[in-house]
Design a protein around this ligand. Structure first.
Ligand SMILES: CC(C)(COP(=O)(O)OP(=O)(O)OC[C@H]1O[C@@H](n2cnc3c(N)ncnc32)[C@H](O)[C@@H]1OP(=O)(O)O)[C@@H](O)C(=O)NCCC(=O)NCCS
Length: 167
């Protein structure tokens, strides 16, 4: 599997990632809640926003034939006290390529990027019912750090966090 960061001029890849962000919402929240949450235009803009020169990356996993079978998006955020941290915003792997370690590779890629930038902590948010993602992060040393309600879906969300440098 080849991982690479996409750029703002890759319209087809941006479109594909946006479609799969929608597929993620549908899979995690259901067709009704997830499908209607954001328009395709909003999702495409959201992908482009990450490619706009900010401290962020949209990374795709390509199989040997060149097909994009997964992606992840991550960026640097700043907490209320001014401390920067790494946030994995989303991850998706097509059903046919699951349980082959693609998401594991994408997560390792994100974590290396965060470590290279000296970030003390990284985290992700997901639905409390998303057992596959929670299992993936737990095996990578992340622990439950926070629970919150989701205004759009009412499904409880969990924040999974990992310390990268000694406190
Ligand atoms: C969650 C998701 C990204 C995992 O992708 P994947 O490439 O299949 O994951 P990997 O093969 O790298 O799995 C690595 C480990 O994570 C855990 N894991 C992954 N999928 C799992 C599942 N369905 N059930 C239990 N554990 C799972 C396992 O520990 C697994 O290791 P193992 O296969 O040796 O047991 C994928 O199922 C997906 O795209 N789901 C829909 C989108 C989604 O929920 N995204 C996150 C939204 S915040």
């Amino acid at each position: 599997m080849r991982l690479r960061a996409i750029t703002l001029d890759e319209t087809a890849a941006i479109d594909l990632v946006a479609q799969r962000m929608r597929a993620t919402l549908v899979e995690v929240e259901g067709e009704q809640a997830g499908g209607g949450m954001y328009s395709m235009d909003w999702l495409r803009d959201r992908v482009r926003w990450h490619l706009d020169g900010r401290a962020a990356a949209v990374v795709v996993a390509q199989d040997p034939a060149g097909a994009i079978v997964g992606h992840t998006i991550y960026r640097i955020e700043t907490s209320a006290d001014g401390t920067p941290f790494g946030l994995v915003s989303t991850t998706y792997v097509v059903p046919e390529a699951r349980r082959l370690g693609v998401a594991q590779q994408l997560l390792e890629h994100a974590e290396s990027w965060f470590r290279a930038r000296g970030l003390p902590q990284c985290c992700t948010w997901t639905s409390s019912t998303n057992a596959p993602l929670i299992a993936l992060y737990t095996r990578n040393g992340f622990a439950l750090a926070e629970r919150a309600s989701n205004e759009l879906t009412r499904t409880p969300m969990v924040r999974l966090a990992k310390q990268l440098t000694a406190r």
